[in-house]
Design a protein around this ligand. Structure first.
Ligand SMILES: Cc1cc2nc3c(=O)[nH]c(=O)nc-3n(C[C@H](O)[C@H](O)[C@H](O)COP(=O)(O)OP(=O)(O)OC[C@H]3O[C@@H](n4cnc5c(N)ncnc54)[C@H](O)[C@@H]3O)c2cc1C
Length: 482
């Protein structure tokens, strides 16, 4: 009888003494393609839902006979103002859903791509909200033969209008703090606290949507609009608050060992109860809160650097990047840990092909090691590239070398300063100047490429992979920046 292993199940490490390499099931490539097709379908479904969320309120607007507004200038301004408000609110609810870390969304887009969508929608949403306010005031002014300021002051005594203005002001604060230049100056914690204000901004904007304008005053339209907000807030509470609390209480994770993993990094092993139920895939990440003095008040995302062992333990590898991670170097065994996750598509679940190239630099080496341990490998069609500025930053090198030997994977290490290519910094080291991915793995076009590390390194690898003809859906990356 043969045992069939499903795609994504951990692959045994193999017997290092006999040198036997685990054999990939013959149908693995087929399964990876099937997995990619299923993910493509889920993505199409999500795209359809996001289009529908915009189309439905516009259809309600038209069904209520509002097209007639466009027969006069004042009516046209009011109509456009209403439409921009409707679309802005639909986009806002999509942003809430993308931030809610709904497992279906995470499994389909990955958390970082969901957040990229969230940020892109933010710009359109804020622009539409400003248009909404200005166009409506201009429309009322044109109708009454007054001006925008008179109309604003005339509406000021209306409570729901005041709340709507307050909501705009709060959105402006959040929007400004999210701008790249401002984010670079704010600590992650301060930015996060300001971001919480956006939920208040949404809440105080809700009353005027039902009372002013009359579109959602009654009937099915009212129920649809209310349901949209209820679903968004339910998902946020459920997946961002209750599920993490439940998981942390249920799995009771504690630190078991802390070991050096390089000059400025440690590997922290954690063990929890019935970890199989958590659905963790090697390479995914959690938000961790270590319940020790000086550490409990900040949460940090870290990727797993191993699979889950039979005893319910797994490992993360942490590089000292700032004050919080430096303090973590001294965390003690026995420390309880709260977790939010697992999140992300940087795992076997993103595989689409039987060949694979794994590239890691700095703290990005941790999830690369986890993937190397767990993902399907066809000897001769797999390569690991480790990149470090100095030998002390080749984290987990001995383990990775042993895994590569056991699994028949080619290992390339590049240490030292970055080479330059056509005037720009390349991803390779200076002693590999002019080397491209396609030189190291001529079959890379038909491989999944996973890359994790500093932004500059990842961006240069992604450019090189695209130049080698690797399609976007075969490129997988996890950004450690926020
Ligand atoms: C999805 C993901 C997975 C990660 N996995 C790992 C890993 O496996 N190993 C590892 O060493 N590092 C990992 N990181 C990076 C790690 O989370 C940050 O280096 C750490 O949170 C910095 O905290 P700090 O207080 O030491 O640094 P700070 O002094 O606060 O800042 C140092 C740098 O880290 C950034 N940073 C701070 N807090 C966060 C946060 N909550 N989220 C993201 N960036 C932050 C800051 O913007 C700054 O660039 C990961 C980051 C992300 C987003």
């Amino acid at each position: 009888m043969t045992t069939q292993r499903l795609v994504g199940d951990p692959v045994p490490l193999g017997d290092r003494r006999s040198g036997r390499v685990p054999v990939q099931p013959a149908n693995a490539a087929l399964d990876y393609r099937r997995q990619a097709r299923a993910r493509g379908l889920r993505k199409a479904l999500l795209d359809a839902v996001s289009v529908l969320m915009v189309v439905v309120p516009v259809a309600i607007f038209l069904a209520q006979g509002n097209a007639a507004l466009f027969t006069s200038l004042a009516g046209g301004l009011l109509g456009l103002g209403m439409l921009s408000g409707l679309v802005a609110t639909a986009l806002l609810c999509q942003m809430l859903l993308l931030a809610a870390r709904i497992p279906f969304v995470d499994d389909t887009l990955g958390q970082d791509r969901a957040l990229i969508r969230h940020r892109k929608l933010n710009t359109s949403m804020i622009s539409l909200l400003i248009m909404h306010a200005l166009l409506l005031l201009a429309g009322y002014a044109a109708q009454a033969g007054t001006n925008v300021v008179t109309e604003f002051l005339g509406l000021w005594p209306v409570r729901d209008f005041v709340l709507a203005v307050a909501s705009m002001a709060l959105f402006a604060v959040v929007g400004l703090s999210s701008a790249a230049a401002a984010r670079a100056r704010l600590s992650h914690e301060v930015w996060w606290m300001i971001h919480l204000v956006s939920y208040l901004a949404v809440l105080v904007s809700i009353p005027h949507q039902f009372s002013l304008g009359g579109m959602f005053a009654q009937g099915a339209a009212r129920w649809y609009w209310a349901a949209m907000f209820l679903v968004a807030f339910f998902c946020l509470l459920c997946f961002r608050v209750f599920l993490p609390i439940f998981n942390s209480l249920d799995h009771r994770l504690t630190v078991t060992t802390v070991e050096p993993a390089g000059r400025d990094a440690v590997s922290i092993s954690l063990r929890g109860e019935h970890m199989g139920q958590l659905g963790l895939r090697a390479g995914q990440y959690f938000g961790f809160r270590f319940l020790a003095p000086g550490l409990w008040w900040h949460e940090h995302p870290f990727s797993t650097s191993s699979t889950v062992r039979d005893d319910g333990s797994f490992r993360i590898t942490v590089q000292a990047a700032g004050a919080g991670t430096r303090a973590l170097m001294r965390v003690r065994p026995g420390t309880p840990v709260l977790v939010e996750g697992p999140y992300g598509m940087f795992s076997d679940r993103a595989r689409t092909r039987e060949a694979v190239v794994l590239l890691g630099a700095g703290s990005g080496i941790g999830p690369i090691r986890a993937l190397l341990e767990s993902t399907g490998i066809v000897p001769g069609r797999a390569m690991v590239v480790l990149r470090a500025a100095h030998p002390g930053a080749l984290y987990l090198y001995d383990e990775i070398r042993a895994l590569c030997q056991a699994r028949g994977v080619r290992l390339v290490t590049m240490v030292g300063h970055r080479a330059r290519s056509r005037g720009a910094a390349a991803w390779t080291s200076a002693d590999h100047a002019g080397t491209h991915l396609a030189d190291l793995a001529p079959w890379v076009r038909d491989a999944d490429v996973y890359v994790c590390g500093p932004d500059g390194f990842m961006d240069a690898v992604l450019v090189d992979a695209r130049m080698a003809g690797v399609p976007g859906k075969q490129l997988h990356h996890e950004r450690f920046s926020w």
